[in-house]
Ligand binder design. Structure first.
Ligand code: COA
Length: 258
């Protein structure tokens, strides 16, 4: 009987040093998974590993570089065993008017979010297929603006829309290999990064709150628990899904209101 237990899973969490990535790494570990965290900065990754409940591993990796991704998988597998579970969480984002966004800024965000998700997914897919199929899972972190559009974040919104499509495509393509592929679309989650990058201003923060039916920002742990569910056998029949965890925010479009 499934019970959310993740013993036997080996998870690879990108952007696992901070925010939602760290929260997911901790939750997977709490439920029994071994966890590798990767990211660009060493220090927060080491901090995450020190906080894990069980075996863990940290290595620096820029998901925009496919060779580095392969090397990080090799290193994680040497220490923890074959990776069963990939969480594509690494992201880059900043608010910018589309007309002011430089090609390099566009490439940076598309590179991390869309290319990086593909490179890591391909790496997991190849390894699972080579070992003859498995109970494997991919969870991609997207955003509800993937389907509404996201003025002020044209790079991130376009990239996340691509990741939603990639989620659905790979769910079908890799189902026969035992790989389930799902996504989580967090709404406004209060983290150190989002506070700094997206709603540093009190007025912006207050206006945003008014648009969230549940009238509060989400918590990192709420995304972490959704991730643990999708990875677990409780979700054994769930693939190709996008789970919005957003307090109802993306649906708040009523003209008249309650
Ligand atoms: N507004 C406009 N342009 C910006 C910007 C901003 N706030 N921040 C970065 N850019 C542009 C840079 O100017 C540069 O373009 P240029 O060479 O034409 O000047 C380009 O983006 C790349 O920036 P750089 O800092 O060299 O890239 P990077 O690969 O080191 O960083 C980012 C990637 C830009 C996404 C950076 O914000 C990042 O590392 N973010 C990771 C954390 C994160 O964003 N998490 C999301 C939480 S909501």
């Amino acid at each position: 009987m499934p019970d959310g237990d993740l013993t036997g899973r080996v998870a690879f969490v990108t952007g696992g040093g901070t925010g939602i990535g760290r929260a997911m790494a901790l939750e997977l570990s709490r439920r029994g998974a071994k966890v590798a965290v990767v990211g660009r900065r060493r220090e927060p990754l080491d901090e995450t590993v020190a906080m894990l409940d069980g075996p863990g591993f940290a290595t620096q990796c820029d998901v925009r570089e496919p060779e580095t991704v392969g090397g990080a998988f090799d290193a994680a597998e040497d220490l923890l065993g074959p990776v069963t579970t990939l969480v594509n969480n690494a992201a880059g984002n900043f608010l910018v008017h589309a007309e002011d966004l430089s090609p390099n800024g566009w490439r940076a965000v598309i590179g991390i979010v869309l290319d990086g998700t593909f490179y890591c997914s391909r790496e997991l897919g190849r390894r699972v297929i080579a070992r003859g199929g498995d109970n494997a899972q991919i969870v991609n972190i997207v955003a509800t603006y993937a389907w509404t559009g996201g003025p002020g974040t044209v790079h991130s919104a376009a990239a996340k829309a691509g990741v939603v499509n990639l989620t659905r495509t790979l769910a079908v393509e890799w189902a026969s290999h035992g790989i389930r592929v799902n996504a989580i679309a967090p709404g406004p989650i209060d983290t150190e990064e989002t506070r700094k990058r997206l709603w540093a201003d009190d007025a912006v923060r207050e206006a945003l709150l008014q648009k969230i039916p549940l009238r509060r920002f989400g918590r990192e742990e709420e995304i972490a628990r959704a991730c643990a569910y999708l990875v677990s056998d409780d979700a054994a029949y769930v693939t190709g899904g996008v789970l919005a965890v957003d307090g109802g925010a993306w649906l708040e479009k009523g003209m008249f209101g309650p």
